[in-house]
Every structure is written in C-alpha cells, then in structure tokens.
Design a protein around this ligand. Sequence first.
Ligand SMILES: Cc1cc2nc3c(=O)[nH]c(=O)nc-3n(C[C@H](O)[C@H](O)[C@H](O)COP(=O)(O)O)c2cc1C
Length: 315
Amino acid sequence: MKQLHKKIDLSVDIGGLKMRNPVMAASGTFGYGEEYEEHVPIDHLGALITKGISLKPHSGNPPPRLVETTGGMLNAIGLQNIGVKALIKEKIPNLMKFGTPIIVNVFGSTLREYGEVARILDGIDAIKGLEVNISCPNIKRGGISFGTDPRQVFKVVSKIRKASALPIMVKLSPNVTDITTIARSAEEAGADVLSLINTLTGMAVDVDNRIPKLGNITGGLSGPAIKPIALRMVWEVYNKVNIPIVGIGGIFNTYDALEFIIVGASAIQIGTAHFINPSVAMEVINGLENYLRDNHIGTIQDLVGSLETPTFSIL
Ligand SMILES: Cc1cc2nc3c(=O)[nH]c(=O)nc-3n(C[C@H](O)[C@H](O)[C@H](O)COP(=O)(O)O)c2cc1C
C-alpha cells in the first residue's frame, strides 16, 4: 500500500523576512544569481543574497584572489562589484523572475556610504531585505574594520535603520575577541536579524618563491575548516540576543545545516560549497524535510536552539 506522507512545512519568518525554507545562498558565492541559473532551480531557494554592493563600483584586489587550503579556501576578491545603481538597473529585473526573495548585501567605507546605499535600495519592490556587511575598513578611522568596534557597529546599524524600512540582517565578523558584544550592539541599534559568520582572516605562503599566495597578502578563510568556529559563535550569540540568527560557515550538507539550527540558527546560508556542488542547496532543503519527517518534528522552528547541554556541578 502506498504510504501517505504529511507535507512538512519548512517556511520561516525571521525578522519580517518570509521564506519558503530556511536555506539561502550566501553573498559572494552565488554572484548575481544569473551565473547559476542553468544549474540551480533558483525559485526553490529560501532567499538569494547578492554579491556585496557599494555606492560606486569597485574593481577589487590584484590577482591571485583565490587559494585552496586544507579544508577550505582563502579569498581576497576585495568586494569587487558593479555598484548599487547598476545592480538595480541590470541585475534586479532578471532576478525578479524567480519569485525568490532577494536580499542585497551592502557595504561602505564610510558611515555616509552605508546610509546612502541603504536609502537607494529602500522601496524597491523586489528587494525583501538588506544584509549589512560590517567587515569593511572604515577609511575615516585609519582602515579599522567597522565590525570590530561595538560603537562603530551601533553607528552603522543605526544609520541603515534610519535609511531603510526593509528587514535588516547584520552580518558579523568572526575576527573579534567577543562576538556577543558586537551582536548586542547590532541588536540595540535596531537589527532585525544577525547572520554569522563572515570569513576568518588568514594567509598562505608560496615557499618556492617566498611570497604570499594571494595578491592582497591576506584573505578570508571559508569552507569546512571554519565550521566548528562558526557553530561555537552562533551558539554564544544565541544565548545573548533576542533576535533571530542565520548560521553561516562551512555548510556542505544537511547535517552541517542541522548542527547550526540545533545550536540556535533559525535559517542558514551556503557559500563555498556552491563552488564544488551547485546542487548543494537543493540537497539540504530535501534533507531538512526528511529529517523533520523521520524525527516527527512539525516545523523547523521546533528544532531551533534544541541543543541539550550537560549541567556541570562542582562537588
Ligand atoms: C569568493 C567569496 C566571496 C565572498 N564575498 C562576500 C561579500 O561580497 N559579502 C559578504 O558579506 N560576504 C562575502 N563572502 C563570505 C560568505 O558569504 C560567507 O560568509 C563565508 O564564505 C562563510 O561561509 P562558507 O564557509 O559557507 O563559504 C564571500 C565568500 C567567498 C568565498
């Protein structure tokens, strides 16, 4: 006899961002969507996050920009992008046809620039949210990253909050001593959602020539190598804030995604894995559905933060 399966509902609503499932394509690893059109049913994704966008176009860093490392890769693309006006004119119309929520990843090198990009994107129907990349150097403060200073984070997020009515997801940098302090600043300034983590700063050396392997000398480490660190940070932040969290870092399969959800992520993003397996997001969406069904769990929300930790007693 044919078995009837109850339809599992994977839909999520995080900070005003409604998605059919909790699986998103991470910024910078999915281009502007069109690069993957032939390989991925984009309309099945929970959301698509664009490459980071700034007020003016950026040409990025000198090559080489990518290096493979053990369990991951280093990139120093340098936030190359076409600028916000070209994004709206040339890319958004094509992306709209999928009906998948588009989240624009934004950055700036001054507070004013962050605010200006957010203002330009506000009110564009197809755009359902902003992801704010705070791992950028502040040129007015000697190039120190906005994302490492809680006061700067507060200022950036407040600026964007004033400029836009869209749901705001603040993407946290792991290159800090205590990520929970930064998370709380973003929450206090009005962030609706937090996403973490961005890449960890690293480097690799060509020993034959004794030169750095990357044109920029250092770059951002991503992939399976960073997953345990990302998980730890999601768990720490989950215990300190009241807004939803999106987990990112080395997610290559359903079990990786589940780990993030169990430690507190309401949704997840897949990045580097797309370069190896363009179908990875579809596999994870199906895998999550199967896991919920097999374990008789009604919704993804029931799984969020379900980690059971041992209680220690000192006798
Ligand atoms: C080639 C490349 C480009 C990236 N570009 C951006 C970007 O423009 N903005 C941003 O916020 N994150 C960017 N990231 C970071 C990813 O979105 C993600 O946070 C990080 O790679 C960790 O996830 P993963 O291990 O699944 O790749 C980029 C990552 C890679 C590998």
